[in-house]
Design a protein around this ligand. Structure first.
Ligand SMILES: C[S@@+](CC[C@H](N)C(=O)[O-])C[C@H]1O[C@@H](n2cnc3c(N)ncnc32)[C@H](O)[C@@H]1O
Length: 268
C-alpha cells in the first residue's frame, strides 16, 4: 500500500477543502489519527487510503452533518459522551447550568434532571457532587444512550422514562433542566435540525415544556429546594412570571459570560 506523510496529507486536504473551518479540520484529523500534535511532531507515514476516509468525513460534514454525529461522541464539561444522530448534542452554553447547580448542590441532596438527552447534565452533576441523581427523558433512544454514558463514566444515576414529572412520584432538593425552548416559528440550520425536534421545539413561544416543568415542580420539590432552567435569551421575563405564579421566590435570571440571559434560578 502506498504511503504518505501525515503532514503532507493534512496540507493537501486542507488546500482542497478551504471552506471547512480550521478547528473542524484539526478535530477530524485528531479523531482519526489520535492526536493533532502527532502530525507535527511524529509525522508518521500513513496509507494513502486514509485520504479517502478523511474525505468521506469531510463530505458528510459539508452536507451539514455535525461532527458529533459522524464520530458519535460529544465533549461536555471536559468529559466525553457517546451520542447518536437524533439525540441533542450537548452545548457549551449548558455548562453554565452545571455551574449554577454546583454552586448550590451538596452530596446529601437528591437532584433530578428533566430532559436528560445523552445524560451529560445528570452524569456531570453526579460525578462532581456525589449526590443522588435522577434523569428523565421522553425519548427511548436518549434514555438508552444515557444508560450507556452513565456506565462509561462509572456513575449510578436513576434513569426513568417520563413526560416531565408524569411518571415520577418523588421529591427532590434540586430540579435542573435544559428543556426544549425554541419557538416553532424559528428557522434553524440543517445541522441543528438533524437533532430530534422534541429536543429543540416547544410550542409557538418555546415555553410549553418549561411551563409544564414549573407547574409540576411544586409537587416534587422539598421546602427550600431550587429549580435551575436553561432558557432562551428572550424568555427571562416570561419564565420569571411563570415561576412567581407557581409559588417560587427569589427568582434570578443569570447571564452567561457573553452577557446573555441563560439560566432561571428560583427557590421553593
Ligand atoms: C435540549 S435537550 C437537552 C439534553 C441534555 N440535557 C443537555 O442539556 O444537553 C432536551 C431534552 O428534553 C427531552 N424532552 C423533550 N420534551 C420532554 C418532555 N415532555 N419530558 C421529558 N423530556 C423531554 C428531549 O428528548 C431532549 O432529550
Amino acid at each position: 500500500m502506498e504511503k504518505i506523510r501525515l503532514k503532507n496529507l493534512y496540507r493537501s486536504l486542507r488546500a482542497k477543502y478551504p471552506s471547512v473551518m480550521d478547528e473542524d479540520f484539526k478535530y477530524i484529523f485528531a479523531r482519526v489519527f489520535g492526536s493533532f500534535s502527532k502530525i507535527f511532531l511524529e509525522n508518521p507515514a500513513v496509507d494513502k487510503s486514509e485520504a479517502q476516509k478523511i474525505e468521506t468525513i469531510i463530505h458528510k460534514h459539508l452536507e451539514g452533518r455535525p461532527l458529533e454525529y459522524i464520530f458519535e461522541v460529544a465533549e461536555f464539561f471536559g468529559f466525553e459522551f457517546k451520542i447518536k444522530e437524533g439525540i441533542h448534542i450537548p452545548k457549551n452554553t449548558t455548562e453554565f447550568l452545571i455551574e449554577r447547580v454546583l454552586a448550590f448542590a451538596d452530596e446529601k441532596m437528591k437532584i433530578i434532571d428533566i430532559g436528560c438527552g445523552c445524560g451529560n447534565v445528570a452524569i456531570v452533576i453526579a460525578k462532581l457532587t456525589k449526590a443522588q441523581v435522577w434523569a428523565v427523558d421522553i425519548d427511548d433512544r436518549a434514555l438508552k444512550i444515557a444508560e450507556e454514558n452513565a456506565k462509561k463514566h462509572g456513575v449510578k444515576i436513576k434513569i426513568v422514562k417520563s413526560n416531565v414529572f408524569d411518571a415520577i412520584f418523588e421529591k427532590f432538593d434540586i430540579i435542573a433542566s435544559n428543556p426544549p425552548y425554541v419557538s416553532t416559528k424559528e428557522v434553524l440550520s440543517k445541522s441543528v435540525l438533524m437533532q430530534n425536534s422534541a429536543s429543540l421545539f416547544a410550542g409557538s413561544e418555546g415555553l410549553d415544556v418549561i411551563k409544564k416543568i414549573i407547574q409540576q415542580a411544586p409537587l416534587h420539590l422539598n421546602k427550600g429546594g431550587r429549580i435551575f432552567l436553561e432558557i432562551g435569551y428572550d424568555q427571562g421575563q416570561k419564565v420569571s412570571e411563570i415561576l412567581f405564579r407557581n409559588g417560587f421566590k427569589n427568582v434570578k435570571i443569570h447571564k452567561d459570560l457573553g452577557n446573555i440571559p441563560r439560566i432561571a434560578e428560583a427557590e421553593f
